[in-house]
Design a protein around this ligand. Structure first.
Ligand code: PEP
Length: 255
């Protein structure tokens, strides 16, 4: 069965004490009240990962993710963090290809392909982000852009590897802008992504794949977005920094 996931991306926010407090509030509000098959992933800054992981109980529906990792196993890369370090600190997911990494850190398809490889090799699950800019949408090239992002960075993976991915469709024009894609716009792209995965791999694999929507998702619009046939949850930025908003979004899957 396809998994529903709500993942929070804290970005570069919250010092250590504030991060611990927010995480404790989220766990407290969730309080075993999840009635769907939803899984929750919290992606704090690197330095909070091991402290947050220590607060998790065995069999928790909550997991910890990182927001990035280096594309090599180890070595002379001052200031960087490897996938194995993340794994040993308690992370189980890693966001790869977030549009802010693509835009501000010049991450291209080639490096993202290497990052997907190293994340999978370390038995972590990538949350692989794809999506078009406003210019690309206005030019009507968004389907081509998304297909190319998939092809160039992810379609080299074997069936067994690709199955472990979570995809996140994040239109760049909707991230942090308050401009959400309409449920119809998002559904159209999610269905397109699934069709491309079916072509490359199989209909069965495509059908099992979790595809998240990200971009100004909040407690008011989450139910309509997550109600679409091909939207299996969300990657949440701003609203994941408010415990009640984040948990309200997670609880959309309770009903
Ligand atoms: C994100 O950063 O992945 C994101 C979706 O941000 P926001 O929810 O703030 O638009």
């Amino acid at each position: 069965m396809r998994k529903n996931i709500v993942a929070g991306n804290w970005k570069m926010n919250l010092d250590h004490a504030a991060g611990l407090q927010l995480f404790a509030e989220i766990l407290n509000l969730i309080n075993n009240e999840l009635k769907g098959n939803q899984e929750v992933v919290v992606c704090p800054p690197f330095v909070h990962i091991s402290s947050l992981a220590q607060l998790l109980k065995a069999n928790s529906t909550v997991s910890i993710g990182a927001q990035n990792c280096h594309h090599s196993d180890a070595g002379a890369y001052t200031g960087e963090i490897s996938a194995s370090m993340l794994k040993s600190s308690g992370a189980s997911y890693v966001i790869i290809g977030h549009s802010e990494r693509r835009a501000f850190f010049a991450e291209d398809d080639l490096v993202l392909a290497q990052k997907l490889d190293v994340v999978l090799k370390n038995e972590l699950s990538p949350i692989f982000c794809i999506g078009e800019t406003l210019e690309q949408r206005n030019a009507g090239t968004h389907f081509d852009v998304i297909e190319s992002q998939l092809k160039e960075a992810a379609f080299h993976l074997s069936d067994d590897q690709f199955k472990k991915l979570v995809l996140a469709y994040e239109p760049v024009w909707a991230i942090g802008t308050g401009l959400t894609a309409t449920p119809e716009q998002a559904q159209e792209v999610h269905a397109f992504i699934r069709s491309k995965v079916a072509e490359q791999y199989s209909a069965e694999l495509a059908n099992e794949l979790t595809i998240l929507y990200g971009g100004s998702c909040n407690p008011k619009n989450a139910a309509e977005l997550f109600g679409q046939e091909d939207i299996d949850g969300g990657l949440i930025g701003g609203a994941s920094l408010k415990a009640q908003d984040f948990v309200d979004i997670i609880k959309v899957f309770n009903s």
